[in-house]
Design a protein around this ligand. Structure first.
Ligand SMILES: [Zn+2]
Length: 175
């Protein structure tokens, strides 16, 4: 099973969203990507970690690798600093991607206790262009001060990564 894990944005070039105390989304995504990849390698998945500055570099690398699954990891942000919770995107409902999204969403909200904003459709380039089952996870809101604290916490990040990895293996066990 070949799985691409993409940490969204690119440290040093594209920070992504920035939290109230300055936590940068690209750094959180990078750390989550490595942790998820390690959990998946521990159960014998063949994992490509990719974090690049342009979206086509990401999808090109993943498609060259021949990924069966593609998971892009992000932190959410909103002008409303009270917005919080987890949501997972697929390109279209009724697809295998929706099933994968539901498995990951379920594992995160049940193990971290974040608000369940559900599985949604999103017209994201990486989901459209990945030639495989593909989802984008918005783990929590870096723009919310409580969730920024969660995202900055090493132990919480590890729990989040483990939850994402379990969501992926749950999906694989659906057969
Ligand atoms: Zn992002």
């Amino acid at each position: 099973m070949k799985i691409t894990i993409n940490g969204g944005h690119y440290p040093g070039r594209d920070s992504g969203a920035v939290g109230p105390t300055g936590l940068q989304e690209s750094d959180v995504n990078c750390d989550l990507m490595s942790r998820v990849a390690n959990y998946l390698r521990a159960v014998d998945c063949d994992v490509l970690e990719v974090q690049e500055n342009t979206l086509s570099q990401i999808t090109d690398a993943s498609n060259r690798f021949g990924a069966d699954l593609f998971i892009s990891i992000h932190c959410n942000a909103a002008v409303d600093t009270n917005a919080k919770g987890t949501e997972t995107y697929c390109y279209e409902l009724g697809s295998d991607s929706e099933k994968l999204a539901a498995c990951i969403q379920q594992q995160i909200v049940s193990s971290i206790g974040t608000a369940d904003r559900g599985v949604k459709t999103g017209n994201f380039f990486v989901l459209r262009i990945a030639n495989c089952t593909a989802v984008l996870v918005e783990t929590a809101f870096i723009s919310n001060k409580d969730e920024e604290i969660l995202l900055a916490d090493e132990a919480k990040r590890d729990q989040l990564a483990a939850a994402i990895a379990r969501g992926i293996t749950d999906y694989l066990s659906l057969g």
